[in-house]
Design a protein around this ligand. Structure first.
Ligand SMILES: Nc1ncnc2c1ncn2[C@@H]1O[C@H](COP(=O)(O)OP(=O)(O)O)[C@@H](O)[C@H]1O
Ligand SMILES: [Mg+2]
Length: 217
């Protein structure tokens, strides 16, 4: 569970981006964050993921204050897909990107190979398994970033505007993946402007505007 208690945030001293936000996000549900550009959606989601720390107030991930967690510890709880997936891709091949976290954990090579194969299949990346990630299409990069994040086995996933730049077919693939992840019990927070996408997946919609958060139920 993600809990925000009286959270306020500023990047610079002269301006509050979020003011006294209280919010709880349950495991195993799909919450959408909506609101105007510049309203603070990305900031709110980065606070939830422990990427940003509140200026005042507290954010708890499974009862642990993000102030007391290192970023790598947060990563095992919450996976975060940036609006630009290039930002989180760095390996020389798609396969290496997927294996990276498991290599770090010194998992057995045979087990790594199996999990990489399974991810390539689930995320429809078999054809580009040995490609240089930066040559992939936007949809493929996004699926790769998502698959790589899930190798950390987070219980929560935050997606920042994941449908931007995807055509109808790619959006459909993403929708299917979201439903699969929901079935696996992964809690999700998704920032989106896409009405149809929201209606398809949302258990709850939260609106962020002018530094305030309103729960739309
Ligand atoms: N790194 C930053 N430094 C200073 N201001 C920022 C930074 N990132 C975002 N902002 C400002 O914070 C406000 C909220 O931004 P953001 O959370 O990205 O909104 P949204 O995702 O809803 O478009 C905007 O006015 C934006 O210009
Ligand atoms: Mg944003």
């Amino acid at each position: 569970m993600i809990v925000l208690e009286n959270v306020s945030f500023q990047y610079t001293k002269d301006r509050w981006i979020l003011k006294q936000v209280d919010l709880e996000i349950e495991n195993g549900s799909c919450t959408f964050i909506v609101g105007p550009n510049g309203g603070g959606k990305t900031t709110l989601s980065k606070l939830m993921a422990g990427i940003l720390k509140p200026t005042s107030g507290d954010v708890y991930l499974d009862q642990q204050n993000t102030k007391d967690l290192e970023l790598y510890q947060v990563g095992t709880k919450v996976g975060y897909l940036f609006q630009e997936p290039e930002r989180q891709i760095f390996a020389a091949t798609v396969k290496d990107e997927l294996a990276f976290v498991m290599d770090l954990k010194e998992m057995a090579q045979e087990e790594i190979r199996k999990r990489v194969e399974a991810a390539l299949e689930q995320f429809q990346l078999q054809e580009v398994a040995n490609s240089f990630p930066f040559q992939l299409s936007r949809g493929e990069k996004q699926r790769l970033a998502l698959a790589a994040i899930l190798m950390n086995e987070p219980s929560f996933l935050i997606l920042d505007e994941p449908t931007t730049g995807l055509d109808r077919e790619r959006k459909k693939i993403l929708s299917q993946l979201i439903e699969q992840l929901k079935e696996q019990g992964i809690g999700m927070v998704i920032i989106s402007h896409d009405e149809k996408f929201i209606q398809t997946h949302a258990d709850r919609v939260v609106k962020v505007a002018g530094g305030e958060v309103k729960d739309g139920g």
